[in-house]
Write a protein that binds this ligand. Structure first.
Ligand code: AMP
Length: 178
C-alpha cells in the first residue's frame, strides 16, 4: 500500500514550534508529530531521497541524534547502508573526530574509522540545518574517509542562519524552509 504524498506545506504544518527550548531565545522545531503520522513520515523520507534511485547510493550518513531517524529510513528506501556520525564519546570502535564551533564553546563529532571506504558515494541527512556547523563537521569526517558526498538533505532549513554558506561545493536540499 502506498500512502498519498503530502505537500511540503502539510509537513510544515505538523512541525511544532517550542519557544525557549532547550534554552531562552531558541525556537525548537519539534519533528515528532511528523514522525507519528505515517503519511507525513513516509512523504518526508521520499522527499529527502528524491533525486536518488535505490542502489545508486552506497550509504546514507545520519547525524546524531534526530538525523538517525530520517537517515536510517532513507537508507532502507535507497537500499543503501547507514552510517552514524555521533557526538564524541559514543562510538565504541576507533574513531576520527572533528571539532566545530557552537554559539558558546565547541563540540565534537566522531565517525568510526572503517565506516566508509574511499570512493563510496554517500548522502548526508539531518533533521535541521541551522548555522551549518554540525553538517560541515560531518562533511569533514566523511571526506577524511575518502567518500564522495553527493548531497546534503535536511527536513528543515533555517535560511536566516545561512548554514548553506558552510556547505559550499555540495548540493544542499531541504524540504521545509523558514
Ligand atoms: P547547526 O550546527 O547550527 O546547523 O545545528 C544543527 C543541529 O542542531 C541539528 O542536528 C539540529 O538537530 C539541531 N538544531 C539546531 N537548531 C535547532 C532548532 N531550532 N530546532 C531543533 N533542532 C535544532
Amino acid at each position: 500500500m502506498s500512502l498519498p504524498a503530502p505537500t511540503a506545506n502539510e509537513i510544515e504544518a505538523a512541525i511544532r514550534n517550542i519557544p525557549d527550548f532547550p534554552k531562552p531565545g531558541i525556537q525548537f522545531k519539534d519533528i515528532t508529530p511528523v514522525l507519528a503520522d505515517a503519511r507525513l513520515f513516509n512523504g518526508a523520507i521520499a522527499e529527502l531521497c528524491k533525486p536518488f534511485k535505490p542502489g545508486s547510493v552506497d550509504a546514507v550518513v545520519g547525524i546524531d541524534a534526530r538525523g538517525f531517524i530520517f537517515a536510517a529510513a532513507a537508507a532502507v528506501q535507497l537500499k543503501a547502508g547507514f552510517v552514524p556520525i555521533r557526538k564524541k564519546g559514543k562510538l565504541p570502535y576507533t574513531t576520527h573526530e572533528q571539532d566545530y564551533a557552537l554559539e558558546y564553546g565547541v563540540s565534537t563529532v566522531a565517525v568510526h574509522t572503517d565506516a566508509l571506504k574511499a570512493g563510496e558515494r554517500v548522502i548526508l541527512i539531518d533533521d535541521l540545518l541551522a548555522t551549518g556547523g554540525t553538517a560541515a563537521a560531518a562533511a569533514a569526517l566523511v571526506r577524511k574517509l575518502g567518500a564522495e558526498i553527493l548531497e546534503f538533505s535536511f527536513l528543515i532549513e533555517l535560511r536566516f542562519l545561512n548554514g548553506r554558506e558552510k556547505l559550499q561545493g555540495f548540493p544542499v536540499r531541504s524540504v521545509v524552509t523558514y
